[in-house]
Design a protein around this ligand. Sequence first.
Ligand code: NG6
Ligand code: CA
Length: 513
Amino acid sequence: MKLVKSAITLIILIIFSSCAQKKTEAFKKQPNIVIIYLDDLGYGDLSSYGATELSTPNIDALANGGVRFTNGYATSATCTPSRYGLLTGVYPWRNKDAKILPGTAPLLIGTDQMTIATMLKKEGYQTGAVGKWHLGLGTGIVDWNKEVTPGPNQVGFEYSYIMAATQDRVPTVYIDNGFVDGLDPNDPIEVNYDQNFEGQPTGKDNPELLRMKWHHGHNSSIVNGIPRIGYMKGGESAKWTDEDMADHFLKKAQTYVKNHKEKPFFLYYAMQQPHVPRTPHKRFIGATKLGPRGDVIAEADWAIGQFMKTLKEEGILENTLVIFTSDNGPVLNDGYYDDAIEKLGNHKPSGPLRGGKYSLFEAGVRVPFITYWKGKIKATTSDALVCQLDLLNSIAALVGSKDSAKDSQNLLATFMGETKSGREELVIEATTRTAFRKGDWLLIPPYKGNAILSEVNIEIGNSDVFQLYNLKDDVGQQNNLAASKPILLQELIKSFEAIRGLDYKNVEKVELK
Ligand code: NG6
Ligand code: CA
């Protein structure tokens, strides 16, 4: 009996150790995965995407050494919904709360919801997030002086070092695995988006304290001479220095790589540029002739070069898939006077596309999109239709995970540059309005409201009538073919309705009268 027992124990031990062995071997095959995500970088903002007035050599090296997608999309024309779509593989319009969030909003992703990070963690990956979060934190009322949870660490990231929302929103502090970095317990932080704290200066009432002038919004608490959205009190020692943010996040990303290179890792490196307020480090002031907006793009490009250098120096460049993209299209004056308009010259942040951030026109959602893997991906340009939504299923396929998300498609071969066919169709979103791309066609249903969002002077795609564009012949969306293609229009409306669960019968009548 005793003998039988020990024989069984031995067999179990052998099985276990061979499993562990397999897992170690699997690690060797599983590449590191890095997503570099810029904030408000437009389709035309890189020299590898046609910009002539500024130069982005480090990002260009990725674009020219990997797959440079010309039909790569964010899910949305603003930040929070795009980040939600990228990380979860679910269309943001399925979640009614996926709108631009204040710094006090609760976590938007369910702690039981799959993300790229949870999926990869299950596969044995180490997972980290550095940079802009903007997907909400906590469950309602957050006490910033205690552990701020749930957050990235509860949706798959074992490590996180983030800013809560945006650079223009309070709290203007870094959060290290749920704890405000550098907080002095004797100077607690309080945050409120509705009401100021007694005796605290604001951008609105104290223009003499400002070194950056606000244009619209952005007139609440003043931090480092820059007026922000929302009110904040205390936390003096924890406040970030805007000009150091790029260096600060870069260092965290590099340290993460150095400390995790022995086993496969996933790093979500979400940079803050060129979102407002644009605060280049003094090394980059004047790096371009475009003012701070150009200078912070140069700064981001430099940081990416440094980051790539770290991958190389640590000996893992050839075992790392790097995905580069942006959360939404470009905007010039997004709330501060910073010369973005005055010094624009011939630069075209949207490239040949119409619209910009907040827009259902192409420039809102079509963004630079690059996959780079030294030695594995061959340099090419691809016009395949791909979306950030597809990263979840494609990465799952790459690492051998069986997980998949509702709206994500496995386009691994497309991302690897092995095929140039992509998705057939895609719903795009801009400030809760949606439109539909199928093949080369883009359908925008009628939306009430101004055609131009006046505060940022961007055409956002609203019209009383259906709009139908052929993006192959007319990427600038100048010719609305809805009236001349009635059959195609109806077909597209039907497909769109089926996905969105909407009914356009009534608006149809308005338009086709
Ligand atoms: C808008 C802000 C804008 C920017 C944006 C978020 C105003 C008037 N405008 O509400 O400045 O912060 O939100 O940008 O406050 S995003 O890229 O994070 O979506
Ligand atoms: Ca953004």
